[in-house]
Ligand binder design. Structure first.
Ligand code: CTP
Length: 410
């Protein structure tokens, strides 16, 4: 593994931004790992960063003078900031503070680092680090989701004990893990060559030509997942129920309306896929007959006979030599308990449980919180913008998919 990593980074030009936060001391280790693997690392510090780690330390480990000021004659003469922006093959900001993310989300060019980010065409990755309340603040979540929509990658944050004594999401991902992400970045995405089939959105089950049985799914989570899979290099086909969402770049989309159309679209494509994610809120029942003409209100009461739809996810999971399967469980109570029952009953590899209903995220909302369950383990992904959550979820799916293959192969 070490030798692959070495090859991935040898000669790569990485601009490493450091902003103000206690995690800045860990950046020293990150720079050491990058330099050791042969990367050229140019450190750029924001004003706040030098309160937590000295430029001298980062200069010593990177082997290059650290850049700090936008208008610094000596450095500008050696390599101007536009030249530096062009030099970078990857910009990684670790730690990325809440205020730096806000500055970036708003396009400010008021210090050297934010100017470089604006002026560079290089992929931009942020390792957020801040107090958990700051991370969960709607302002930060909105900034994170704006940045994600523009193609910025968020590596983390991780959850756990914080320097301020609190516990929650906002820790900077550890230097070793950031280093590995950087390696993966230069080996064209962990899911390069992997084919992903996703369902998303609601289904509509016709009662007559103008009425249907539907549900409150917006499709946002499924579309965010499709985008996150593409970002990791996967080939993505998205079978979407009726939603008003723009197709993410690089995604092949198939529009369907009813559960039976969705089932057919999945069965037509599933044989060639490696990972199947059932994110759609598929109607469990459909009217036995859909009237040809609009039903008139002739009677005081009426009954509609419903019949069960096939379970698409369970059918895919039951296929011999089938793909790696991931399901969702939207519950109004005890999500983990019911989700685990569903995982076992449908025999899926992983299931993401979320609470839906009045006070929860989920349906029709931009935010959600999930608990991901698999055989022998689970991970809690706290309330966050669906774009952020999708990246975290897809990273976990990719890890488990890889492990399954490694275990099968050895
Ligand atoms: N699903 C599916 N086909 C169906 C119903 C559900 O593929 N006909 C998938 C969904 O995409 C989701 C998972 O199954 O990944 C769970 O769906 P959910 O509606 O939460 O659970 P059900 O199995 O329908 O159970 P219940 O409605 O009893 O909670």
């Amino acid at each position: 593994m070490q030798s692959d990593e070495n090859r991935a980074l040898a000669g790569r030009r990485i601009l490493l931004g450091v902003t103000g936060g206690i995690a800045a001391y860990k950046t020293v280790e990150l720079v050491r790992l990058l330099v050791k693997s042969g990367a050229e690392v140019q450190v750029v510090m924001s004003g706040g960063a030098s309160q937590f780690v000295t430029p001298m330390t980062l200069q010593a480990v990177s082997g290059r003078p650290v850049r700090q000021a936008l208008f610094d004659e000596a450095h500008e003469a050696a390599m101007g900031h536009i030249e530096l922006a062009r030099w970078a093959e990857l910009i990684l900001v670790a730690p990325a503070s809440a205020s730096f993310m806000a500055r970036l989300a708003n396009g400010f060019a008021d210090n050297l680092l934010s100017t470089l980010c604006l002026a560079s065409a290089a992929p931009l990755c942020l390792a957020p680090a801040m107090n958990q309340q700051m991370w969960q603040n709607p302002a930060t979540q909105e900034n994170a989701s704006r940045l994600l929509r523009r193609g910025v990658q968020l590596w983390g944050p991780a959850s756990g004990d914080q320097a301020c004594g609190e516990v929650g999401p906002g820790r900077m991902v550890e230097p070793e893990a950031l280093f590995q992400q950087a390696c993966r970045h230069f080996t064209s995405g962990v899911l390069a060559g992997v084919r992903v089939l996703l369902t998303a959105g609601p289904t509509r089950e016709p009662i007559d030509p103008v009425r249907f049985i539907g549900n409150r799914s917006s499709g946002k989570m499924g579309f965010a997942l499709a985008r996150a899979f593409v970002a990791l290099g996967a080939h993505v086909e998205l079978v979407a129920g009726p939603v008003v969402l723009v197709t993410p770049p690089g995604v092949e989309r198939v529009d369907v309306e009813t559960a039976r159309e969705m089932e057919q679209a999945v069965l037509d494509r599933v044989a060639s896929c490696d990972i199947f994610v059932g994110c759609a809120a598929v109607a469990d029942y459909r009217p036995e007959v859909a009237a040809d003409q609009k039903i008139k209100k002739d009677n005081e009461q009426m009954a509609i006979q419903l019949v069960r739809n096939n379970d698409i996810l369970a059918a895919v999971a039951a296929m011999p030599e089938g793909p790696f399967t991931v399901g969702f469980a939207a519950e109004t109570q005890s999500p983990e308990h019911y989700a685990e029952k569903k995982r076992l009953a449908k025999k899926v590899d992983m299931i993401a449980a979320n609470l839906v209903g009045a006070q929860s995220g989920g349906f029709e909302r931009d935010e959600n919180a999930l608990t991901l369950l698999w055989a022998g383990g689970q991970a809690v992904l706290p309330m966050a913008d669906k774009g952020v959550l999708a990246q975290q979820l897809v990273t976990l799916i990719a890890e488990h998919y890889e492990n399954r293959h490694t275990t099968k192969d050895t």
